[in-house]
Design a protein around this ligand. Structure first.
Ligand code: HEM
Length: 405
């Protein structure tokens, strides 16, 4: 029986495999109150409750950030509430539309093939470092329009930033380095526009400065005619790198890992490669790269007869919602041919107004990675054991070694 005293979200057993504990939470303690962290934390585990939070921006705020501690950080889209949230999100949206994202597909596919060329003769590869990590960095730099930057440096910053919870000092240093790089890029672009004598009603993107998100943020005005301050552009780029990097890496390692663990599903996808989009969606449902995030309530609320005081940190567990038998048939079965109409109800990208802006990009990168890797090798074997990534509320394989003949 799970009670408020015996579920430990950062205990060794839960970290290794949280799914059994989530099933118990859903059934026995759908609102859990935990006091073992620096702030008390409530946890919601049923689909209906998690979704209700995501759909109600009046009650549920992002202003203290999605982590377990209370933080404010300018420039991070996920920390804004209405109306500032909509203004900024609308401003960014064009760069994340399927059509814009699709333009980066050939570059990502070329890199996937190049990476495979580099280890094909070895008969063995560790996929996290050598395949799943570099691809999202490429996807990100393409989106930013900074393809001339040293991608090794970007990869390093991205890695250090995601270590935030475990090594805050290293994350701070990486954030500083990335901010200073971004600020320089903003200044260079704004100076070029000023030199060209462009006014606020002329669009310099693609004319004076290269296409891409940094140019957009630096050189296009917000709805009210003002330009985003340098600090905010830098914060936003840092957030995008964190939000999109390790998560997409995990999507790739998780999908391949599950296919190795389920040979019949691997066989099915090899026979029917057009199921790859379904496999990516099923992987997101089954192994969400973000297990859950916190929201904060603007007013006192009551869920399942538990009174939750205003300004509490409430962890909404996407990973648990995705296994709720009230929503998914046989939720603990990994099935790559599950109909998309069912799988896409997963909450792994959130739902509603904060729905992940990078979802198209992540899905595209995941599809390219899995399809290219499986096309290039027939007879793959997983080398045990694998290891999970360390941040407690992220989920992915830190190490995934495979061999072939
Ligand atoms: C498999 C990969 C990814 C997963 C699982 C993921 C997951 C999430 C989740 C759970 C949220 C929060 C939703 C909420 O608060 O309700 C989110 C928000 C966000 N994600 Fe992603 N993400 C992924 C990839 C990306 C990529 C590639 C980018 C961009 C490069 C990105 C950019 C964002 C942004 C900007 C937000 C904030 C949206 C807002 O607050 O309006 N994500 N993502």
């Amino acid at each position: 029986m799970v009670t408020k005293n015996n579920y430990d979200p950062i205990g060794k057993k839960v970290l290794e495999d949280p799914i059994p504990a989530y099933a118990q939470l859903r059934e026995q303690c759908p609102v859990h109150h935990y006091e073992g962290l620096e702030n008390p934390m409530y946890t919601f585990s049923q689909y209906e409750d998690v979704q209700s939070v995501l759909l109600d921006q009046t009650t549920w705020s992002n202003r203290y950030g999605p982590g377990i501690s209370y933080e404010r950080n300018v420039g991070d889209l996920q920390r804004y509430d209405p109306p500032d949230h909509q203004i900024r999100r609308r401003f960014l949206r064009a760069e994340f539309l399927p059509r814009t994202v699709a333009a980066s597909e050939p570059a990502i596919r070329d890199l996937a093939n190049e990476l495979i060329d580099g280890f094909q003769e070895d008969g063995k590869v560790e996929l996290h470092d050598n395949f799943a990590l570099p691809l999202p960095v490429k996807a990100f730099t393409e989106l930013m329009g900074i393809n001339d930057v040293d991608s090794a440096e970007f990869k390093k910053w991205a890695d250090e930033l995601t270590l935030g919870m475990t090594y805050p000092e290293r994350a701070r240093e990486a954030r500083k380095a990335l901010s200073s790089y971004t600020r320089d890029q903003v200044i260079v672009r704004r100076e070029a526009v000023a030199r060209a004598g462009y006014g606020p009603d002329q669009d310099p993107v693609g004319e004076i400065v290269p296409e891409g998100l940094i140019s957009h943020l630096a050189c296009r005005p917000l709805q009210d005619g003002t330009f985003m301050p340098d600090e905010e552009v830098a914060g936003m780029v840092g957030q995008l790198l964190v939000a999109g990097h390790e998560t997409t890496t995990s999507l790739i390692t998780n999908t391949l890992w599950r296919l190795f663990l389920n040979p019949t599903q691997m066989e099915l996808i090899r026979k029917k490669p057009d199921l790859i989009p379904n496999a990516i969606e099923e992987s997101l449902r089954f192994d969400p790269p973000v297990l859950g995030l916190c929201k904060t309530n603007n007013t006192p609320v009551t869920y399942h007869n538990v009174d939750i005081p205003q300004d509490s940190k409430v962890m909404i567990l996407y990973a648990s919602a995705n296994r709720d038998p009230n929503v998914f048939d046989d939720p603990d079965e990994f099935r790559v041919d599950r109909p998309l109409i069912e799988t896409k109800r997963h909450l792994s990208f959130g739902w509603g107004s904060h729905f992940c802006l990078g979802a198209h990009l992540a899905r595209q990168t995941g599809r390219i990675a899995v399809s290219t890797f499986l096309e290039r090798f027939d007879d793959l074997h997983l080398v045990d054991p694998t290891e999970r990534v360390s941040p407690p509320f992220l989920w992915g394989r830190r190490e995934l070694t495979v061999t072939w003949e």
